[in-house]
Design a protein around this ligand. Structure first.
Ligand code: FEO
Length: 399
């Protein structure tokens, strides 16, 4: 059995840690694991708020049964349909067949198609209230954060916002579950990496949701991943505001793909020239070594991006292609761009960078440069020119 933790009188965290999954949703690395948070409210009515991923559902259902000591679950709230929060749903309704599933109009078609569940459903709309006894819940739609059906649930007595994935984080909850019990510095990258990669595409919906939720008297935020916020609520809301406006710091990410070291030599020349111009926040990533989620996380932090790639089979190197297509898909905004390449026997990298630049529509600070084989003196000078143009732009923007 997992350990349930009372977070307010008769309201429990019943989540689980996942330290076994290496790759979240078969794509994102989990070096610090992940927590699937679920919550139980025991009142005149009994409510489960979001469930967990299926791998630990037997323990999870046992935890609920022990807490309830024979009582039944009346409602299961589905703030978000993604299977890391609905994996235990079928098991739960098998145990509690009279439970009513609460969702919105966009929840139920997904529920039907994923799990063939179409009975005991109750639809809520913006502002719908559900009295439980001493506690009462209201529902607020937050579409595209980060699926169309996403919504949040606000518990009005204690001021608890059950926010689904919003304000979530990678990383397990290692003992502490509240933000004032855990080492937030240790989790910092996993908090921003979660935002930039999972929610990052949806900056405008995030802005809409932040404005909509602002009037709520929130005293605790219970997301479906990461620590519960009670001491640093304003901090995480401010971070979301910054990130969803694509606001960045003065700094440059250099991401390169290099088979034989020539493109890397150019990247190092650019990095050195940036440093000589006084740019301190420089992050150099080899796309063959670093997962795109970390590179994208740094791109969300810093205004400048300089990309470099060797040619590969008359195109761009595959790991750079992955990064570019992800950035195009996310639609990251408000950056400065430059790029360079090494043409090998065919060329092709620059052609793909040109397409990327046209798609992403960022300001290009300097014309690209392409070398052939080992960078010569004039190639290195061209790299320094790119770096200086980027540094000058940043100096103007961040005086
Ligand atoms: Fe944590 Fe979008 O699921």
């Amino acid at each position: 059995m997992n350990q349930a933790i009372e977070i307010k009188e008769n309201i429990y965290w019943i989540g689980v840690n996942d330290r076994r999954t290496h790759i979240f949703e078969n794509y994102w690395p989990l070096p610090k694991g992940v927590a699937y948070n679920s919550y139980l409210i025991v009142d005149e009515k009994v409510v489960v708020v979001d469930t967990i991923e299926r791998s630990k559902m037997d323990d999870y259902v046992d935890t609920i049964a022990t807490l309830l000591a024979g009582r039944q679950v009346d409602y299961i709230i589905v703030n978000h349909m993604e299977p890391d929060h609905t994996g235990a749903l079928k098991n739960l309704i098998h145990r509690y067949p009279n439970a009513t599933i609460i969702g919105n109009a966009k929840t139920f078609p997904i529920l039907k198609n994923f799990y063939d569940i179409s009975h005991h459903l109750q639809e809520v709309k913006e502002g719908t209230t559900l009295p439980l006894g001493r506690h009462s819940l209201t529902f607020h739609m937050a579409p595209m954060l980060h699926w169309p059906e996403t919504m949040v649930t606000f518990e009005t007595t204690e001021g608890i916002l059950f926010s689904g994935d919003i304000f979530g984080a990678f990383g397990t909850l290692d003992g502490g579950i509240f933000d004032d019990e855990v080492d937030l510095d240790y989790l910092e990258e996993e908090i921003s990496r979660y935002y930039s990669n999972i929610v990052g595409k949806f900056g405008q919906p995030a802005q809409i949701a932040l404005k909509k939720l602002a009037p709520l008297p929130v005293r605790m935020i219970c997301a479906t991943h990461g620590p519960i916020r009670r001491a640093h609520i304003a901090d995480i809301i401010a971070k979301y505001d910054t990130w969803s406006k694509y606001e960045t710091d003065k700094g440059v990410v250099i991401a390169f793909s290099s088979m034989y070291g020539n493109t890397e030599r150019m990247a190092d020349t650019i990095a050195r020239a940036l440093a000589e111009k006084g740019i301190k926040k420089i992050r150099v990533h080899d796309t063959s070594k670093t997962h795109p989620s970390y590179i994208i996380n740094d791109i969300f932090r810093f205004r400048g991006l300089i990309l470099g790639s060797c040619a590969y089979n008359a195109g761009i190197f595959p790991t750079m292609e992955t990064l570019l297509s992800e950035l195009e898909q996310i639609g990251v905004k408000n950056h400065l761009l430059a790029y360079f390449g090494e043409k090998s026997w065919s060329g092709g990298a620059i052609r793909r960078f040109d397409t990327f630049a046209a798609n992403i529509k960022w300001e290009i600070v300097h014309p690209h440069h392409e070398t052939w084989g080992t960078p010569k003196n004039d190639d290195r000078q061209a790299c320094r020119d790119i770096a200086r143009a980027m540094a000058d732009k940043l100096d103007n923007l961040y005086p």
